[in-house]
Design a protein. Structure first.
Length: 347
């Protein structure tokens, strides 16, 4: 029985490897934002770069923002094949939002940060009109901006709706995955530093509560770097330490029955993004990519050269995902159907 389960597992991993299609768009760029919707894939990154594909990643079109101050586009939200909002991350006025409604042929400035110490980290939308923006603390508490008109105007969530800032708590903009929205007005953001925490809202961001995560948080550069939701609607916190990218410590955790649990057999290293289709999930960081066939509860690092590549960011549309990483690398792949039970049953 165990042998058959392992054979099914190896078959699934082999199928995944065969469908992994990687390209290097420009080695001078670093891609940290990714999005997939309506049959299109988008990646964004350094030097105002934005690239778009409408043929499943076979070719990529340069639709970067031109004639604007250079910043690092660390997140992108896509609404349909024509419409996207890209987020620049940087101190002060370098934190910006731009909108395209014509597949990147033109861009317009939606929002420019005005706080000297402000720094945008990630954006997420419930629908075309309603969304949130998450930024570093200003005036003693995290910045959360809400829009109800597609990004034309933004209002900051009142301080009374947020828990007090925790000791040595910080936020990261590593992958555009630190803020997630879901159905019925639910939203989450994750923080790091010595006080890594998950924040949850059930009223479209008006009020938040927080709980400490079990992620590794022994340094100021450790803690939460990403959020994901599996097909069981369980919320995951991903992280590690970007200065210790190969450290073996708690890097994937999930909420189950209102309790934090650590993923089983999670491999070493910082993880910044995760996507799922049915019971199959992919988690990645700069140096490695892992696969799970039990909704992310346990993980496997396949010993296949193609799969040793790592990325900063992931996005998924149905069962096809796009990955974005350093040295201008992108990959598109189809997640295999889950064929094996929990890895814990194979121990």
């Amino acid at each position: 029985m165990k042998l058959m389960m392992w054979l099914l597992l190896l078959c699934s991993i082999s199928t995944w490897a065969n469908e992994w299609r990687e390209q290097q768009i420009d080695p001078a760029l670093s891609f940290r934002g990714s999005a997939a919707a309506d049959g299109t894939f988008w990646v964004s990154g350094s030097n105002n770069s934005v690239f778009f594909s409408n043929d499943a990643g076979s070719t990529w079109q340069d639709v970067s923002v031109k004639g604007q101050p250079l910043t690092d586009f660390r997140d992108i939200a896509v609404f349909d094949k024509n419409t996207a909002i890209v987020m620049g991350a940087g101190e002060g006025e370098l934190s910006r939002l731009y909108l395209t409604e014509d597949q990147g042929a033109s861009w317009q400035l939606l929002l420019q940060n005005t706080a000297n110490k402000g720094f945008f980290n990630s954006i997420s939308f419930w629908d075309r009109n309603n969304g949130l923006l998450f930024g570093d603390p200003v005036d003693g508490y995290f910045v959360l901006l809400r829009t109800s008109d597609g990004g034309k105007t933004w209002q900051r969530i009142k301080q009374s709706g947020l828990p007090a800032l925790r000791d040595k708590e910080v936020a990261f903009a590593a992958s555009g995955n630190t803020l997630v929205t879901s159905d019925a007005g639910h939203a989450w953001f994750v923080t790091g530093g010595y006080s890594s925490a998950m924040y949850t809202s059930q009223d479209f961001g008006a009020h938040w509560r927080c709980t400490a995560t079990p992620l590794y948080s022994d340094t100021q550069t450790a803690g939460g770097y990403g959020i994901a939701i599996n097909s069981l609607n369980e919320v995951f916190a991903l992280g590690g330490d970007y200065k210790q990218r190969d450290k073996q410590d708690a890097n994937i955790s999930f909420l189950q029955e209102k309790k934090w649990r650590l993923a089983h057999q999670a491999t070493a290293g910082l993880r910044t993004a995760m996507v799922c289709h049915q019971a199959t999930c992919i988690a990645t960081g700069k140096r490695a990519t892992d696969i799970s066939f039990d909704h992310g509860h346990s993980w496997q690092a396949p010993d296949i050269n193609q799969l040793k590549q790592g990325y900063y960011s992931l996005a998924i549309d149905n069962n096809t995902a796009v990955a974005a990483g350093h040295n201008g690398r992108v990959a598109v792949f189809t997640l295999p159907q889950s064929q094996s039970p929990s890895f814990s049953a194979l121990d």
